[in-house]
Design a binder for this molecule. Sequence first.
Ligand SMILES: Nc1ncnc2c1ncn2[C@@H]1O[C@H](COP(=O)(O)OP(=O)(O)O)[C@@H](O)[C@H]1O
Ligand SMILES: [Mg+2]
Length: 156
Amino acid sequence: MDTVSHSEEETKIIARDFTKKIPAASVVALRGDLGAGKTSFSAGVLAALGAVGPFQSPTFVIMHRYDLPRSSVQGIRRVYHVDAYRINAPEELARLGFDEWVSDPEGLVLIEWPERVETLLPASVTSVSLEALSDTERRISWESLSVGGLMRGAGE
Ligand SMILES: Nc1ncnc2c1ncn2[C@@H]1O[C@H](COP(=O)(O)OP(=O)(O)O)[C@@H](O)[C@H]1O
Ligand SMILES: [Mg+2]
Protein backbone atom coordinates (compact mmCIF):
# COMPACT_ATOMS: atom_id res chain seq x y z
CA MET A 1 0.00 0.00 0.00
CA ASP A 2 1.33 3.38 -0.98
CA THR A 3 -0.64 6.60 -0.99
CA VAL A 4 -0.34 10.35 -0.47
CA SER A 5 -2.35 12.16 2.20
CA HIS A 6 -3.05 15.87 1.77
CA SER A 7 -4.23 16.72 5.28
CA GLU A 8 -4.21 15.44 8.84
CA GLU A 9 -7.88 14.55 8.37
CA GLU A 10 -7.07 12.47 5.29
CA THR A 11 -4.32 10.68 7.19
CA LYS A 12 -6.90 9.67 9.80
CA ILE A 13 -9.22 8.38 7.09
CA ILE A 14 -6.36 6.33 5.60
CA ALA A 15 -5.65 5.02 9.11
CA ARG A 16 -9.28 4.01 9.46
CA ASP A 17 -9.09 1.90 6.30
CA PHE A 18 -5.80 0.40 7.50
CA THR A 19 -7.45 -0.57 10.82
CA LYS A 20 -9.95 -2.85 9.07
CA LYS A 21 -7.11 -5.12 7.96
CA ILE A 22 -5.34 -5.40 11.29
CA PRO A 23 -6.06 -8.51 13.39
CA ALA A 24 -5.93 -8.59 17.18
CA ALA A 25 -2.48 -9.17 18.71
CA SER A 26 -0.76 -7.19 15.95
CA VAL A 27 2.18 -4.90 16.44
CA VAL A 28 2.19 -1.84 14.19
CA ALA A 29 5.52 -0.02 13.88
CA LEU A 30 5.02 3.62 12.87
CA ARG A 31 8.15 4.92 11.15
CA GLY A 32 8.92 8.48 10.16
CA ASP A 33 10.53 11.71 11.32
CA LEU A 34 9.18 14.11 13.90
CA GLY A 35 6.00 15.66 12.51
CA ALA A 36 5.53 12.98 9.85
CA GLY A 37 2.11 12.09 11.25
CA LYS A 38 2.67 8.98 13.39
CA THR A 39 0.52 10.29 16.22
CA SER A 40 -2.15 11.56 13.80
CA PHE A 41 -2.26 8.12 12.14
CA SER A 42 -2.52 6.50 15.59
CA ALA A 43 -5.42 8.79 16.47
CA GLY A 44 -7.15 7.61 13.30
CA VAL A 45 -6.67 3.98 14.30
CA LEU A 46 -7.97 4.67 17.81
CA ALA A 47 -11.03 6.52 16.51
CA ALA A 48 -11.77 3.70 14.08
CA LEU A 49 -11.71 1.22 16.96
CA GLY A 50 -14.13 3.35 18.99
CA ALA A 51 -11.61 4.34 21.67
CA VAL A 52 -12.54 7.30 23.82
CA GLY A 53 -10.29 10.34 23.29
CA PRO A 54 -8.61 12.72 23.57
CA PHE A 55 -5.83 10.89 21.77
CA GLN A 56 -2.71 12.58 23.02
CA SER A 57 0.83 11.68 22.13
CA PRO A 58 2.24 9.25 24.71
CA THR A 59 5.68 10.88 24.39
CA PHE A 60 5.93 11.66 28.09
CA VAL A 61 4.04 8.70 29.55
CA ILE A 62 5.72 6.30 27.02
CA MET A 63 2.58 4.13 26.81
CA HIS A 64 -1.07 5.08 26.87
CA ARG A 65 -3.51 2.18 27.13
CA TYR A 66 -7.05 2.47 25.77
CA ASP A 67 -9.70 -0.02 26.88
CA LEU A 68 -12.27 -0.11 24.11
CA PRO A 69 -15.91 0.26 25.11
CA ARG A 70 -16.69 -2.67 22.83
CA SER A 71 -14.60 -5.29 21.10
CA SER A 72 -13.71 -4.55 17.48
CA VAL A 73 -14.77 -6.84 14.64
CA GLN A 74 -11.26 -8.32 14.76
CA GLY A 75 -11.51 -8.97 18.51
CA ILE A 76 -9.35 -6.05 19.63
CA ARG A 77 -10.28 -4.86 23.13
CA ARG A 78 -7.21 -2.88 24.15
CA VAL A 79 -4.83 -0.57 22.33
CA TYR A 80 -1.34 0.10 23.67
CA HIS A 81 -0.10 3.33 22.08
CA VAL A 82 3.65 3.49 22.66
CA ASP A 83 6.16 6.25 21.93
CA ALA A 84 9.75 5.06 22.25
CA TYR A 85 11.24 8.48 21.46
CA ARG A 86 12.45 8.99 25.03
CA ILE A 87 13.62 5.40 25.50
CA ASN A 88 17.41 5.18 25.57
CA ALA A 89 17.82 1.42 25.72
CA PRO A 90 15.38 -1.37 24.77
CA GLU A 91 15.55 -2.75 28.33
CA GLU A 92 13.81 0.40 29.58
CA LEU A 93 10.74 -0.43 27.51
CA ALA A 94 10.99 -4.10 28.45
CA ARG A 95 10.89 -3.07 32.11
CA LEU A 96 7.67 -1.13 31.50
CA GLY A 97 6.00 -4.33 30.29
CA PHE A 98 6.39 -4.28 26.51
CA ASP A 99 6.32 -8.09 26.22
CA GLU A 100 2.98 -8.21 28.07
CA TRP A 101 1.43 -5.65 25.73
CA VAL A 102 2.71 -7.54 22.69
CA SER A 103 1.42 -10.90 23.95
CA ASP A 104 -2.10 -9.64 24.80
CA PRO A 105 -4.26 -11.79 22.47
CA GLU A 106 -6.92 -9.05 22.47
CA GLY A 107 -4.44 -6.20 22.19
CA LEU A 108 -3.12 -3.98 19.44
CA VAL A 109 0.27 -2.31 19.90
CA LEU A 110 0.98 0.92 18.03
CA ILE A 111 4.57 1.98 18.45
CA GLU A 112 6.17 5.25 17.37
CA TRP A 113 9.98 5.36 17.01
CA PRO A 114 10.23 1.53 16.81
CA GLU A 115 13.84 1.84 15.61
CA ARG A 116 14.81 2.82 19.15
CA VAL A 117 13.74 -0.62 20.43
CA GLU A 118 14.14 -2.71 17.29
CA THR A 119 15.60 -5.69 19.20
CA LEU A 120 12.43 -5.93 21.33
CA LEU A 121 10.03 -6.16 18.40
CA PRO A 122 8.42 -9.51 17.68
CA ALA A 123 9.29 -11.36 14.49
CA SER A 124 6.14 -10.26 12.75
CA VAL A 125 5.30 -6.56 12.74
CA THR A 126 3.38 -4.42 10.30
CA SER A 127 5.43 -1.36 9.42
CA VAL A 128 3.72 1.86 8.41
CA SER A 129 6.04 4.52 6.99
CA LEU A 130 5.14 8.18 6.90
CA GLU A 131 7.18 10.78 5.05
CA ALA A 132 6.59 14.52 4.76
CA LEU A 133 6.54 15.62 1.11
CA SER A 134 5.49 19.19 1.94
CA ASP A 135 3.79 21.08 4.78
CA THR A 136 0.55 19.22 4.17
CA GLU A 137 1.45 16.19 2.08
CA ARG A 138 2.54 12.86 3.56
CA ARG A 139 3.49 9.69 1.74
CA ILE A 140 2.03 6.77 3.69
CA SER A 141 2.95 3.18 2.94
CA TRP A 142 2.74 -0.12 4.71
CA GLU A 143 3.58 -3.74 4.31
CA SER A 144 3.76 -6.72 6.60
CA LEU A 145 7.28 -7.78 7.25
CA SER A 146 9.48 -9.51 9.75
CA VAL A 147 11.84 -7.41 11.76
CA GLY A 148 14.24 -8.46 14.42
CA GLY A 149 13.19 -12.10 14.45
CA LEU A 150 16.64 -13.51 13.94
CA MET A 151 18.29 -10.62 15.75
CA ARG A 152 16.12 -10.88 18.80
CA GLY A 153 18.22 -11.01 21.92
CA ALA A 154 21.39 -10.33 19.95
CA GLY A 155 23.47 -7.21 20.41
CA GLU A 156 22.46 -4.20 22.50
N1 LIG B 1 -1.21 15.06 5.60
C1 LIG B 1 -0.92 15.16 6.91
N2 LIG B 1 -1.01 14.07 7.70
C2 LIG B 1 -0.69 14.14 9.02
N3 LIG B 1 -0.30 15.26 9.63
C3 LIG B 1 -0.21 16.38 8.89
C4 LIG B 1 -0.51 16.37 7.51
N4 LIG B 1 -0.32 17.63 7.03
C5 LIG B 1 0.08 18.37 8.05
N5 LIG B 1 0.16 17.64 9.19
C6 LIG B 1 0.62 18.15 10.49
O1 LIG B 1 1.83 17.50 10.81
C7 LIG B 1 1.89 17.25 12.21
C8 LIG B 1 2.00 15.77 12.47
O2 LIG B 1 2.21 15.61 13.85
P1 LIG B 1 2.21 14.19 14.56
O3 LIG B 1 1.09 13.37 14.08
O4 LIG B 1 2.29 14.47 16.02
O5 LIG B 1 3.59 13.59 14.01
P2 LIG B 1 4.60 12.56 14.68
O6 LIG B 1 3.84 11.76 15.71
O7 LIG B 1 5.08 11.73 13.52
O8 LIG B 1 5.72 13.38 15.28
C9 LIG B 1 0.61 17.85 12.82
O9 LIG B 1 0.86 19.15 13.25
C10 LIG B 1 -0.34 17.84 11.62
O10 LIG B 1 -1.34 18.81 11.72
MG1 LIG C 1 4.23 11.30 17.71
